[in-house]
Design a protein around this ligand. Structure first.
Ligand SMILES: [Fe+2]
Ligand SMILES: [Fe+2]
Length: 280
């Protein structure tokens, strides 16, 4: 089955995109240049683990070109798709470019923080990020809801991570950056939750099964390519008392709200999430 044949009806997608853009007015936007008192940034107030956490999330955010490219490949905005799919993809693009701008701003903010706080010098950091940034990123999905379910977990996971890291750092500039980032991720999560909800309402169990596959094979971005990922990830999880499987619970909540009653498929998914939670 092709991705095109299982796309959300365009009116449903448009409602979600409109909702996201309405929740993202220009007055609430921020920029790297003016939002923070960079001169006050001081990595000397961070623990070794906290500094390491900042470096780790900079790699994750900086991989944006790879993430953005996934959407371009899977929801093409050209003549490789038929007209209805193009219409859907063109509407989605209104979300994707705004989202990409915000994620790119996250990458720049963290990059800027590292330099201003004395964690890294600009040229070295640029080089290190490039070594990881040029490695490929792909999501092996066949049903469109999977891209949104994956991003839902990912956005919630980063939102929780930034929030929890902010709570433990005693450095006001980093705390301010993390507050901005967490708020953006929360808004991104809401969009993904809205889209996943619409898929479930329109397609029912036919959308639950592919979501289950996302959870069964879940990999955090860069876990396959970033040097020393697993050891590093465990260490930074410890720094902020964080567990990414907690984000699965949020996916389950979205599903429970979207369906009138639990079906066998939803129960299976709930069981799977329960297993991951106990393991973690
Ligand atoms: Fe981000
Ligand atoms: Fe995000």
């Amino acid at each position: 089955m092709s991705i095109e044949s299982t796309l959300l009806p365009v009116d449903e997608l448009v409602a979600a995109v409109d909702g996201f853009l309405a929740a993202s007015p220009a007055v609430r936007a921020w920029d790297v240049e003016t939002a923070f008192d960079w001169a006050a940034a001081d990595a000397g107030r961070l623990s070794e683990g906290q500094r390491s956490a900042v470096q780790f999330v900079t790699f994750i955010e900086d991989h944006l070109p790879g993430y953005f490219d996934v959407y371009q490949r899977c929801f093409p905005v050209d003549d490789s798709v038929d007209l209805p799919a193009f219409i859907h993809n063109r509407e989605l693009y209104h979300f994707t470019v705004r989202w990409a701008l915000e994620e790119d701003t996250h990458a720049r903010a963290l990059n800027h923080y590292q330099v201003a706080a004395g964690i890294a010098d600009r040229a070295t950091l640029r080089h290190e990020l490039a070594v990881e940034g040029r490695k490929p990123f792909d999501l092996p999905y066949e049903h469109p809801v999977q891209f949104f379910a994956y991003a839902l977990v990912q956005e919630k996971a980063t939102q929780m991570y930034y929030h929890q890291l902010r709570d433990v750092v005693d450095e006001p500039v980093l705390a301010a950056v993390l507050t901005r980032l967490a708020r953006d991720e929360a808004r991104h999560f809401s969009f993904m939750a809205d889209v996943v909800t619409r898929y479930l309402r329109v397609q029912g169990d036919a959308a639950v099964e592919p979501i289950r596959d996302v959870i069964a094979g879940f990999r955090m971005p860069l876990s396959d390519t970033l040097r020393g990922y697993w050891r590093w990830a465990l260490r930074i999880a410890d720094v902020a008392d964080y567990d990414h499987t907690a984000a699965y619970e949020h996916l389950l909540k979205v599903i429970d709200r979207a369906v009138d009653a639990r079906t066998e498929k939803v129960d299976e998914l709930a069981d799977l999430i329960g297993q991951f939670r106990t393991l973690a």
